[in-house]
Design a protein around this ligand. Structure first.
Ligand code: NIG
Ligand code: FE
Length: 418
């Protein structure tokens, strides 16, 4: 009898994957393994073996025919803010007419308006909102999603956001990785210093004690959290044992990238206005640059200097930054189009940045981000024959089938299995 927990995907037109368990940089980002007429044998949640030519059909109980399809590792979206209530479409339309994100923030809009609606939302409402967003992510080939808190800015709502992510992680096929971002904005009527004191004395120890966040992040920005208070917050988080992430140099070249490097952060994120010194600091420290082209598009800003970073040896990851303000889109196809058209990245670098380097930005590269024996069977089949189609069919969702931990969890022509 064939073992029931073995599944086989056969006739894969092209299989593209990087190899290894750490972030790639430089030319290695352009050199994936490409196999043709390939097969993948899955056992339980993991990949057992991969090959070309005659597949080991006798070994598997279930066989999936992937004729004419491209197979890639699932996208690891390493930067989102997907648990929130309320939308800010009026603000977005003002921005289209020329008002800046910073002006809206200074006028009392922006993050704090989402804070007000998220504080009012119940746990069940946030779960329902988060669930439908995860369904959407899955249909775009995303199998792991990082999510940041930061739309509560008070104890109760911050913990609710983290709990919602924890519950969604348990019920949904997409793996959810929660990040505590209590320092996302200074709440109304508080001072920056007093709010950071509250983070250091109360929130960071509490979040660590409850074990409900894998990372700590902060919005280091002129007029939000300046370098001095960011340094205090990150120092405490590091002392408690959290790996760090930093929203850095998004609006102005404040030096957030250097701070992230100095603090040994896993990643520095955004970096639209990174300075020469910032690039040098990331290069030396090996901090991953998480770049967010959908946000640059939405803010009508110049894109982060991806080409220069890659040439200087900085490991680059790409993520959506899905959130209700600066990036209300989770479109991976548009992200791919922007990376390849506007940031000078080739298709191979783009996939590297969305898979193995995204996984490394979440310290998960030992379990995912590549298609290799021993890694999770998080596999996306695209309805195209080869990788070069993904930049060519710009803006089009080519995802046909998503396999997560060895199970088919999304199939385009049917619906969700769950
Ligand atoms: O990553 N920059 C800070 N945080 C988000 C925006 C959040 C919002 O506007 O609601 C970002 O762009
Ligand atoms: Fe963000």
């Amino acid at each position: 009898m064939r073992p029931m927990n073995k599944r086989l995907i056969i006739n894969i037109s092209e299989l593209v994957t990087f190899e290894g368990a750490k972030a790639l940089s430089g030319e290695a980002m352009s050199r994936p393994k490409k196999l043709h007429d390939a097969w993948i044998l899955i056992e339980g949640e993991k990949i057992l073996s991969i090959g070309t030519g005659e597949p080991p059909k006798a070994e598997a109980a279930h066989i999936l025919d992937a004729s004419g399809k491209l197979a890639l590792p699932g996208v690891v979206d390493s930067h989102t803010h997907f648990v929130f209530a309320g939308h800010r479409q009026a603000e977005y339309n003002l921005r289209l007419q020329g008002t800046s994100y910073a002006e809206i923030m200074a006028a009392g809009g922006g993050i704090v308006s989402t804070v007000a609606s998220t504080r009012e939302a119940s746990k069940d409402e946030l779960i329902a909102l988060g669930r439908s967003r995860l369904d959407h992510f899955l249909s775009l080939g995303v199998t792991t999603v990082e999510g940041k808190s930061g739309y509560g800015l008070d104890e109760e709502t911050e913990l609710r956001q983290l709990e919602v992510m924890h519950l969604l992680d348990q019920e949904h096929p997409v793996d959810v990785i929660p990040t505590y971002m209590g320092a996302h904005a200074v709440p109304k009527q508080a001072s920056e210093e007093a709010f950071i004191d509250f983070q250091i004395e109360t929130m960071l120890p509490l979040v660590m004690e409850q074990g409900i966040a894998r990372f700590v992040d902060i919005f280091t920005e002129k007029g939000v959290f300046e370098l001095f208070h960011s340094h205090r917050y990150l120092t405490k988080a590091r002392e408690l044992g959290f790996p760090l992430k930093v929203h850095a140099d998004e609006m102005v070249p404040l030096g957030g990238a250097q701070l992230a490097a100095e603090m040994g952060a896993v990643s520095a994120e955004h970096l639209l206005h990174i300075s020469e010194e910032g690039i040098e600091a990331l290069e030396k420290s090996g901090t991953i640059a998480v770049l967010l082209p959908l946000t640059a598009f939405s803010l009508k800003e110049e894109y982060a200097p991806a080409r220069e970073m890659i040439e200087r040896g900085v490991p680059v990851a790409l993520a959506t930054d899905f959130n209700p303000g600066s990036c209300p889109s989770m479109s991976v196809p548009l992200l791919i189009a922007l990376a390849t058209h506007n940031m000078g990245m080739n298709m191979e670098e783009t996939i590297c940045a969305l898979t193995i380097n995204g996984a490394a930005a979440l310290c998960l590269a030992d379990s995912r981000g590549t298609l290799e024996p021993g890694k999770l069977a998080d596999i996306v089949l695209h309805d195209v024959e080869s990788l070069d189609h993904l930049s060519y069919h710009f803006g089009v969702n080519t995802v046909d089938t998503v396999v997560r931990k060895g199970k088919m969890v999304y199939e385009k022509r049917r619906s969700f299995v769950r």
